[in-house]
Design a protein around this ligand. Structure first.
Ligand code: ME8
Length: 661
């Protein structure tokens, strides 16, 4: 008999398509994913929506600048957003685009409901408008600047449809009172309540000055104002007018940044009340991640991108850092230094070390099988008690979205286990029956603790928790583990451990930061691929394979002479953390030893290359590949459809440094 699960629906904002995701957007989406995984472990049937907000004058302008139609522009951008979330392992269950037909219909339907109920009328509106934030501004900064983004406002007069927001002052205040948890955190609630108490002006919800928007049926050239359009996406994603069939509306949780809380806690419930639709249960506004105390923006040049961090340290490291470093709800500073410090101390030395230490001891002493615990001593009891108590505490904190506290608790248990191992010293015990039994108790206790912290950490660290879970020989995936049933004492003796993998390889801070920054720089300012006359660079994707010029593109000998190739001998070769396809080589080219990166890691082991003589292009401008400096290029043939690299070499003795002509 399958039990019907309680539904839980949560959303991130739907992000603007005139830019690409940075760490701020990634933060909200990661938090949503953490909650989704957590709620699933608590037995809920969860749907998480994210998507793209694709209308408005900014998109009109960006598309024009790019020389493409708006629809083409937004399709590309939406693909890029979706692809990033997929790549980072935080995909939406419902990815909604505001250009989706189902969304267009939902917006038009919602408008009709509001209109039929008498909350919409036509009028003229003149106001100062911020075209960057897509909002009329009531209190401009001196010099008619936008109070949010400091950019000049424009005076706009036009015929609009208005929404009678003023009629909802009372209903909203009543609603906040009856639903004290609707606005979170508490400080934001006070802000919103006083805003509403101050009186609400009617709101213009259509435009005639914008072309790129959802048409108001029968009222062209009116198109919907972005917020009436955008907010409705939450409803379109789960059935629109037929929301009852799917059963996920009203949303349980809208996660938003503090910049857009008013839209979500004033306008959105008012629109829904006007249409007599159920209102979401909670809006949670988190703070901003700041870079050098300023909000990130591309124009300020201070955006932090997720990909370079993930390439270097892994997605779990980014997730852990964002949730651990800052109390959810407050602003926080982003720094690479703090990120790498936390990575090394909490992940590599903390969880990673505990897992590998425990596995190695069980491997050595119990043939890789979980031992049977014997009589328990007070220190074993104390640890068991601490881990058991942590379960309740962590769940309570996850429920409150106090992620930093939840992680703190988990890590204090990890710390206690480290101390326990250090003081019990199972490695110092001998092989007598008593000592062997004591070893068994200690190692069973440590492994059981590891199992519990792994299950608790899974919502934040899904990749590494899955690896530890597997290591502990647990059959069903950790994400399927039911947290409500998690208790001390469930680890079965005799379970075979699987092979340990390094969870978090330690990194050297300065080098890691340099590489992350270099990768970010590559992503923000991509160097156009330079067509190399004789070879293509050994980039991450391929080898230094000979390019075949089209017959018509013959070059003169003087062009070829520009390429200086020499015989080089590989001295060292190593893999690069965060770049699966690259090897870092040092190559003797006769006059000097060069560092060169080659995209051959999938086909050549580092050991097999030492001493090998290769053809090297030595006069290429140095560049960074995945953040590692490469000064030259190794020449290789590109074989088969996959472009397997085969290094060019010599069948006779050649001198290192000899020129190829
Ligand atoms: O506002 N720190 O989209 P948007 C933390 N389309 N979070 C940040 C952040 C930062 N520095 N920067 C951005 C919109 N965010 C509208 C929303 S919803 C119906 C329409 C996150 O692309 C945060 O969640 O500007 C913020 O609310 C969202 O990105 C804004 O994304």
């Amino acid at each position: 008999m399958t039990e019907k699960k309680e539904k839980f629906y949560l959303t991130t904002p739907i992000y603007y398509t005139n830019g690409l995701p940075h760490i701020g957007h990634t933060y909200t989406t990661i938090v949503a994913d953490v909650i989704r995984r957590y709620k699933r472990m608590r037995g809920y049937d969860v749907v998480m929506t994210t998507g793209t907000d694709e209308h408005g004058v900014n998109v009109e302008r960006a598309a024009k600048k790019a020389g493409v139609a708006e629809s083409e522009f937004v399709a590309k951008m939406a693909d890029a957003w979706r692809a990033l979330w997929d790549e980072l392992g935080i995909p939406a269950d419902e990815f909604v685009r505001t250009t989706d037909l189902k969304h267009v219909r939902t917006v038009q339907w919602l408008f009709r409901q509001c209109k039929e109920n008498g909350y919409v009328y036509k009028g003229n509106y003149t106001g100062l408008y911020c075209i960057y934030d897509n909002a009329f501004v009531n209190e401009p900064k001196p010099g008619n600047l936008c109070p949010d983004c400091d950019r000049p406002l424009e005076t706009v007069t036009e015929e609009n449809y208005f929404f009678k927001l003023s009629a909802f002052q009372r209903p909203l205040l009543d609603f906040y009172r009856k639903n004290p948890d609707f606005i979170q955190p508490e400080t934001r609630k006070n802000e919103i309540v006083s805003f509403v108490e101050g009186g609400l002006k009617d709101l213009s919800i259509t435009r005639t000055t914008i072309r790129w928007g959802i048409p108001v049926p029968g009222e062209e050239p009116h198109v919907f104002y972005v917020w009436f359009d955008a907010l409705t996406a939450y409803l379109s994603a789960v059935g629109g007018p037929e929301y009852e069939k799917r059963g996920y509306w009203p949303a349980d949780l809208h996660l938003v940044g503090k910049d857009i809380i008013r839209f979500h806690t004033v306008y959105w419930p008012a629109f829904l009340m006007a249409a007599m639709l159920p209102v979401p249960k909670q809006v949670w506004a988190h703070g901003w991640f700041l870079m050098d105390a300023a909000k990130m923006s591309k124009s300020k040049g201070n955006v932090v991108l997720p990909r370079p961090i993930v390439n270097m340290l892994g997605m779990d490291a980014l997730r852990y850092f964002l949730l651990r470093e800052v109390v959810f709800g407050q602003d926080g500073n982003f720094s690479y230094d703090a990120l790498v410090t936390r990575y090394n101390s909490d992940l590599a030395n903390g969880l990673g070390n505990l897992a590998s230490r425990t596995a190695a001891l069980i491997e050595k002493n119990f043939d890789g099988k979980i031992p049977k615990p014997g009589a328990r001593q007070p220190q074993d009891e104390a640890l068991a008690k601490e881990a058991q108590a942590a379960i309740g505490e962590v769940l309570e904190n996850y429920d409150k979205l106090s992620f930093a506290r939840a992680l703190e608790t988990i890590w204090s248990v990890i710390g206690a286990a480290d101390k326990y191992l250090t003081s019990e010293q199972p490695w110092a015990l001998g092989n007598s029956e008593d000592e062997q039994a004591r070893k068994g108790t200690i190692l069973w206790t440590t492994a059981e603790l590891l199992r519990i912290v792994t299950a608790l950490a899974y919502p934040v660290l899904p990749d590494s928790a899955s690896k530890v879970w597997l290591l502990l020989g647990q059959a069903v995936g950790v994400g399927k583990c039911e947290l409500d049933g998690l208790r001390w004492g469930q680890l079965a003796p005799g379970t075979a451990l699987s092979k340990a993998q390094t969870l978090f390889p330690r990194v050297e801070k300065t080098e890691a930061i340099e590489r992350i920054e270099a990768m970010a720089n590559e992503e923000l300012n991509p160097t156009p691929a330079v067509p190399a006359p004789a070879a293509t660079p050994a980039s991450a994707g391929g080898a230094a394979a000979a390019a075949v010029p089209a017959a018509s593109e013959k070059i003169g000998i003087e062009d070829f002479a520009k390429v200086e190739m020499r015989v080089g001998q590989i001295k060292t070769a190593e893999r690069i953390v965060g770049a699966d396809k690259l090897l870092k080589l040092t190559v003797d080219i006769g006059t000097e030893i060069r560092q060169i990166c080659a995209g051959i890691a999938q086909y050549y082991t580092p050991e097999s290359l030492i001493g090998r003589k290769v053809a090297v292009v030595v006069n290429l401008a140095p560049r960074k590949l995945r953040g590692v400096e490469s000064n030259g290029m190794i020449v290789a043939a590109s074989v088969g459809p996959e472009g397997r690299p085969v290094l060019a070499g010599f069948h006779e003795e050649v001198e290192v440094g000899a020129r190829l002509k």
